[in-house]
Ligand binder design. Structure first.
Ligand code: AHR
Length: 325
């Protein structure tokens, strides 16, 4: 075959290849629906609250509602959240939703999101940042108010009685921990007869709550009340008390936060005495914020959700059933 024939054959082969590949990439006849892509960096799965929060986001930001949700579970590690946010930026998501582990350390990565033009919505806990333009808005709980409600209940129940208090904290540096701890500290200052016999972090997990209370019982630390910064640590504490032959609610008073359905049943059973709600159902709220932004409107910068408190009086099975978590 001479050179001219070889050239002709080569050109034919190229034409054939182009034709084949354009058949493969032919646009589909059915129009793909346009989905808003949301990267959600979630703290982890440390508690019932957190799982309810994840479910709420998944339901509200579903494909049926016009969203593609990319969920990243950071296993309670801030460095994993920073990596997740960078991945979302690289993927060119439309929005980033961040449920931050702790308040500090977000400047650099949020500056990167801002430079990429991606709006960032903060949910649940707050961040501490100099330039508030690095995020679009925040929605979450007033953790200090929750703590103050628990302290008010203690004042009304125990007044000036001496009280030996065990304080189980959440992960240190998170707004939920800081707010609830600050309120207890204010109560301790106002009531010198209240004595803090132990304070330590159970990282909001049931296992660590149980470990801490088991250790206290082993060391013969005497206490009258457990101020547990979430329900899962309270469940662990209750298991530890029962294992030691103590009756929660009688030998030891338990106050908790979140008001998830298991905890509310424990109130009905008399094991937990007081629970301040921390509402995890942020999915529809985040969806509403994104819809406002899509419509060119400006959502409020900060929104605190309304929350209730629960004790035995007035609580019924029907109330628990209607709450959805
Ligand atoms: O930030 C909310 C807190 O985080 C909840 O009280 C706790 O259960 C969760 O893990």
């Amino acid at each position: 075959m001479n050179r001219q024939w070889a050239l002709v054959l080569l050109m034919l082969a190229c034409l054939l290849l182009t034709a084949c590949s354009s058949v493969g990439n032919a646009p589909s006849t059915a129009e793909e629906p346009h989905l808003i892509v949301v990267g959600f960096s979630q703290v982890g799965a440390e508690s019932d609250w957190r799982n309810a929060n994840t479910r709420s986001m998944q339901t509200a930001l579903s494909a049926d509602n016009g969203f593609r949700l990319i969920l990243d579970d950071a296993q309670q590690k801030q460095e994993k959240q920073i990596t997740a946010i960078r991945n979302f930026i690289n993927q060119g998501v439309d929005y980033i939703v961040l449920a931050p582990t702790t308040e500090r350390g977000w400047e650099t990565v949020l500056s990167e999101a801002k430079a990429a033009g991606i709006p960032v919505i903060i949910v649940d806990r707050m961040i501490e940042i100099k330039d508030s333009d690095l995020f679009t808005c925040w929605i979450g709980s007033d953790f200090r108010k929750e703590g103050a409600a628990a302290v008010a209940w203690m004042e009304q129940r125990f007044q000036d009685q001496p009280l030996r208090i065990v304080h189980l904290q959440g992960n240190i540096g998170s707004t939920a921990q800081i707010g609830r701890t600050d309120s207890l500290d204010a109560g301790l200052m106002a009531h010198p007869q209240w004595q803090l016999v132990f304070r330590g972090s159970g990282d909001f997990t049931q296992a660590k709550g149980q470990e801490l209370v088991e250790a206290l019982i082993r060391e013969n630390t005497a206490f009258d009340l457990i101020f547990s910064e979430n329900d899962n640590m309270a469940y662990g504490a209750i298991d530890a008390l029962k294992k030691a032959g103590l009756t929660p609610g009688e030998d030891v008073t338990i106050l908790s936060f979140d008001a998830s359905s298991t905890a509310l049943h424990m109130i009905l059973d008399g094991e937990i005495s007081f629970d301040a709600e921390c509402n995890p159902l942020h999915g529809p709220r985040v969806r509403a914020i994104i819809e406002q932004l899509e419509a060119g409107r400006t959502p409020p910068k900060y929104t605190f959700v309304e929350e209730a408190v629960f004790e035995r009086e007035g609580l019924t099975e029907a109330i628990i059933e209607a709450r959805g978590y």
